[in-house]
Design a protein around this ligand. Structure first.
Ligand SMILES: [Zn+2]
Length: 72
């Protein structure tokens, strides 16, 4: 009946994860951090989305498909 899965979460001031005012906070494993340090490609294990306007962390994902996009 409702398509909630398609709807992106938004922060208090109404930005979703695709907004230019939203930054990604990638979280890596311990070894991931070391990889980043040495320039190896690392996939984050967890991404949080934070609005730079209201500073609210309003969304997060651990979806592998999404995480693959942010391979560093
Ligand atoms: Zn906001």
């Amino acid at each position: 009946m409702e398509a909630t899965a398609e709807k992106l979460k938004t922060c208090s001031c109404g930005h979703d994860r695709k907004s230019p005012l939203v930054v990604r906070r990638n979280k890596y494993t311990f070894w991931g951090n070391i990889g980043l340090f040495t320039g190896i490609s690392v996939k984050p294990i967890h991404i949080r989305y934070q609005c730079v306007k209201c500073n609210e962390i309003f969304d997060e994902t651990t979806d592998p498909g999404e995480l693959n996009k942010y391979l560093m």
